[in-house]
Design a protein around this ligand. Structure first.
Ligand SMILES: CC(C)(COP(=O)(O)OP(=O)(O)OC[C@H]1O[C@@H](n2cnc3c(N)ncnc32)[C@H](O)[C@@H]1OP(=O)(O)O)[C@@H](O)C(=O)NCCC(=O)NCCS
Length: 164
């Protein structure tokens, strides 16, 4: 299996696996809107024997505080083909995605997701609790890639495609 940047030719396979993983079209529609709006920061796929078996996307997430803006990232959506779940594909995508964020100098990543899944990569609800956001609670988590990046909080602005 390889993790690589998504290409235009992957779009149908990504939509198909996302629809299957989420049992509906809402998340693939979100992916299409993010692409149309130019709000894709990082998009990776997992490919195994020529088949796209997983996908992850990060969009820009400005965090505003005291008139300054930090360019963080939102992890969403991500999905693994149902028949291939629980075999490490998702973990490989998250790790590669976080490496790509680090390489771009992204100071922090925010996710709204399974509270039992993302902490293994270092995400915590505590790190996100400083933020003014449309979400709160255990599913709203963050990971500082630059230590202290979220310490003083700030207001997050999700990409338009999220409709928040
Ligand atoms: C969540 C998802 C991306 C994880 O990908 P994956 O390839 O199955 O994950 P991995 O194989 O790397 O990791 C498996 C671990 O994740 C856990 N896990 C998988 N799905 C989970 C879920 N919905 N809630 C909690 N934990 C979950 C498994 O228990 C397993 O834990 P273990 O290693 O302690 O046994 C995948 O299950 C998926 O596409 N789910 C449907 C869509 C979705 O919910 N996307 C995420 C939105 S935040």
């Amino acid at each position: 299996m390889v993790i690589r940047d998504a290409r235009e030719g992957d779009q149908l396979a990504v939509a198909r696996l996302t629809d299957l993983a989420f049992a509906g079209p809402d998340e693939s529609a979100l992916i299409a809107r993010l692409r149309d709006d130019g709000d894709v920061l990082i998009e990776l796929v997992a490919e195994d024997a020529g088949e796209i078996v997983g996908h992850i996307l990060f969009s820009p997430l400005p965090v505003e505080r005291d008139g300054a803006t930090a360019e963080a990232a939102a992890l969403a959506p991500m999905a693994v083909l149902p028949g291939r779940q629980r075999s490490g594909v998702g973990s490989a995508l998250v790790k590669a995605g976080l490496d790509a964020c680090r390489a771009k100098g992204v100071p922090a990543v925010v996710v709204l997701g399974h509270p039992d899944y993302y902490p293994r990569f270092g995400f915590t609800a505590e790190a996100a609790a400083t933020l003014q956001a449309p979400f709160s609670g255990p599913a709203f988590m963050a990971l500082e890639l630059t230590p202290g990046a979220l310490e003083h909080g700030g207001r997050v602005r999700y990409a338009k495609a999220f409709g928040l």
